[in-house]
Design a protein around this ligand. Structure first.
Ligand code: DAH
Length: 347
């Protein structure tokens, strides 16, 4: 009767592991080999088996256990392998798929040109300084020899923000006055100030109510126009190429005497005449001059001892020239197609 039990289990073993899963497998093991497992319990029956059959019975139980274990191990390893294969299949990378396109940023060319100019001037010992964008009339005009009611103010249609005394600076020139006053009237100065400026201009291709100037000031002893010209020569050659020439034309600014417009030889046609230079061979890039004695005096420098030159570049104009941009609004409209184009406009 005990051997019937063995036969019965042996019969079960034949299909026991069919359609097995990993979790079923462990349950089956417990069911047959656990503490109260079907095969385990067979050991307890041996005491009832007649002596001469005990050996035989023991061997049969062992054989059954071995058969179980063998099948169990086989199914277990098959299941594990299937699991690994499935995992590999699901994690497979299709190397033929197109890659993710990561867009590279490019420096804004206005910033870039400002940084270029900064680095040329710094190499000549200039400091780069900052000034407030909301400025006092006093610095923006009065200290610069443009008193209230003076017609020179009309040229700079100004945004006033608080009565008549505060304004959005219409030029970066007030920073000259601030630096001179801070220097105490007894030290030479070399500084540039790039920064935003504002005017009540109607926006069009060449005007923007917000634009950027780069102001420059040098104060020392025996400074002349030829120092200014030599300085400009270095800067424009660096920016527009070694063959670029500089010329001065007489001009008028209230805070410089004499005043000049600085032209550079056209870097496109090399002076022959083209649409960029309107067939003149020259392009105007800045206003400049010898600091007016009144300005020196107003800002604490004795004009009998000190002299200086000053200049103002329009940053957008430089960038427009250098990168062939024909509308100043391009800088402020954040049209990504244009912005993305900038890095390809590298000269
Ligand atoms: N601030 C002047 C402007 O906005 C530009 C300029 C001209 C600045 C001559 C200067 C200078 O420092 O000396 O038109």
């Amino acid at each position: 009767m005990h051997s019937d039990k063995i036969k019965e289990i042996s019969e079960e073993l034949k299909t026991l592991f069919d359609d097995c899963t990993k979790s079923k497998l462990e349950n089956i093991k417990t069911e047959y080999l656990g503490k109260n497992g079907k095969i385990t319990l067979l050991n307890g029956l041996i005491k009832d088996v007649p002596n001469e059959m005990k050996k035989e019975f023991g061997m049969q139980v062992n054989a059954l256990r071995s058969e179980f274990n063998e099948k169990y191990e086989k199914v277990k390893s098959e299941l594990e392998e299937a699991e690994i294969n499935q995992k590999l299949a699901s994690e497979a990378i299709d190397i033929t798929l197109p890659g993710t396109n990561i867009k590279n940023g490019a420096p804004n060319i206005l910033e870039k040109i400002v940084e270029e100019i900064e680095s040329v001037f710094m190499s000549m010992g200039y400091d780069v300084v900052d000034g407030p964008e909301i400025e006092e009339d006093h610095y923006n005009f009065e200290l610069l020899n443009i008193p209230k009611g003076h017609p020179a103010r009309d040229a700079q249609d100004t945004f006033y923000v608080k009565g008549e005394d505060y304004l959005l600076r219409s030029q970066t020139s007030p920073v000259q006055a601030r630096v001179m006053l801070a220097s105490g009237g007894d030290k030479p100065i070399r500084m540039i100030c790039p920064g935003k400026t504002y005017r009540r201009d109607a926006d069009d291709a060449t005007h923007s109510h917000q634009f950027m100037q780069i102001e420059g000031l040098l104060v020392d002893k025996d400074v002349s126009l030829s120092d200014l010209k030599g300085t400009f020569d270095v800067v424009v050659k660096k920016l527009f190429g070694e063959s670029t020439k500089t010329r001065f034309r007489p001009s008028y600014y209230q805070f410089t005497e004499p005043s000049v417009e600085t032209d550079i030889s056209c870097f496109v046609c090399k002076g022959k005449g083209c649409s960029l230079c309107k067939n003149t061979g020259w392009i105007t890039v800045s206003g400049a001059g010898i600091v007016h004695p009144n300005v020196l005096k107003n800002c604490g420098y004795d004009p009998k001892v000190w002299t200086g030159f000053a200049f103002g570049f329009g940053a957008e104009r430089l960038a427009m020239l250098k990168y062939g941009i024909n509308d100043i609004r391009t800088f402020y409209q954040t049209d990504l197609r244009e912005v993305e184009n900038f890095d390809r406009r590298e000269a």
